[in-house]
Ligand binder design. Structure first.
Ligand SMILES: Nc1ncnc2c1ncn2[C@@H]1O[C@H](COP(=O)(O)OP(=O)(O)OP(=O)(O)O)[C@@H](O)[C@H]1O
Ligand SMILES: [Mg+2]
Length: 251
């Protein structure tokens, strides 16, 4: 069973077709890196997976449960509300902008959703949250507010916050591209560690070295399509398509 099975995903914004039939199946423990030029639809695809955007055609299954499907008449049906929310909660997402709650401390940022959305008990989630902070190297920042953190620290809090919901899958949308170069390493290290623990991950990234080292599979998207995919050695070492070659030569 795939963790994620997306088939023939189409997405339009007004007249602009941004995704032109994307299909992707992700196995348990797989780390997928999605690369490609600006505007190729990478973020939109990730956002479709967890229903931050609705699709116009295609189907999405998460761990064997149907989130969205298209009927014979071409109409898209989503799972009913409580089920759709539950399915999407299997995926944690980390964005380029960290979106931490500024009025909550680091610890409170981590426990907020488990408490309010999942109804987990405070005494159960606090030790878990502390463990996650330790894991991302921020145990000592437990009680500070986000404004006192560096960008890299904020992003590691955002990763820990997503993990506090105990997801089976993590989606990352360019988690390091808003960071100063000297701060990207600490965030990539936290992600590398997650990959080593066999978290299923999709990472949209410009960090080619990270994609090469950590991903099991690299997907090259251009103009709303998957143009080429394969192992990092294949895609970076001997790309087949002219568009892939041109992109890799530019970056
Ligand atoms: N909410 C929206 N409304 C209208 N157009 C949108 C919307 N979101 C994205 N687009 C358009 O869809 C296309 C794909 O955008 P998307 O953000 O998915 O690209 P991307 O590959 O993530 O690019 P980048 O590398 O710059 O982040 C772009 O042309 C963008 O302008
Ligand atoms: Mg993007």
């Amino acid at each position: 069973m795939s963790m994620i099975s997306a088939s023939n995903i189409h997405k339009r914004f007004n007249n602009l077709e941004v995704l032109k039939g994307i299909s992707l199946a992700v196995n348990k423990g797989e780390v997928i890196a999605i690369i490609g030029p600006s505007g190729s639809g990478k973020s939109t695809f990730l956002r479709c997976l967890n229903r931050l955007e609705t699709i116009d055609e295609g189907s999405i299954e998460i761990e064997g449960e149907i989130l969205a499907d298209t009927d014979a008449a071409g109409k898209v049906h989503y799972a009913p509300e409580p089920a759709a929310r539950r399915i999407c909660r299997k995926m944690g997402m980390v964005f380029q902008q960290f979106n931490l709650f500024p009025h909550l401390t680091v610890l409170e940022n981590l426990i907020e959703a488990p408490l309010t959305v999942k109804g987990v008990k405070r005494e159960d989630i606090v030790p878990q949250a502390e463990e996650l902070l330790l894991k991302v190297g921020l145990a000592e920042k437990r009680d500070v507010y986000p404004s006192r953190l560096s960008g890299g620290q904020k992003q590691r809090v955002a990763i820990a916050r997503a993990l506090a919901m105990n997801p089976d899958i993590m989606l990352f949308d360019e988690p390091t591209s808003a960071l100063d170069p000297e701060l990207t390493g600490e965030v990539l290290k936290a992600m590398r560690r997650l990959a080593e623990e066999h978290m299923t991950m999709i990472v949209v990234t410009h960090e080619m070295a990270f994609a090469r080292e950590v991903a099991n599979r690299v997907i090259f998207m251009d103009a709303g399509e998957i143009v080429e995919q394969g192992t990092p050695a294949d895609v970076f070492g001997s790309p087949v398509h002219a568009r892939t070659k041109a992109f890799l030569n530019r970056v």
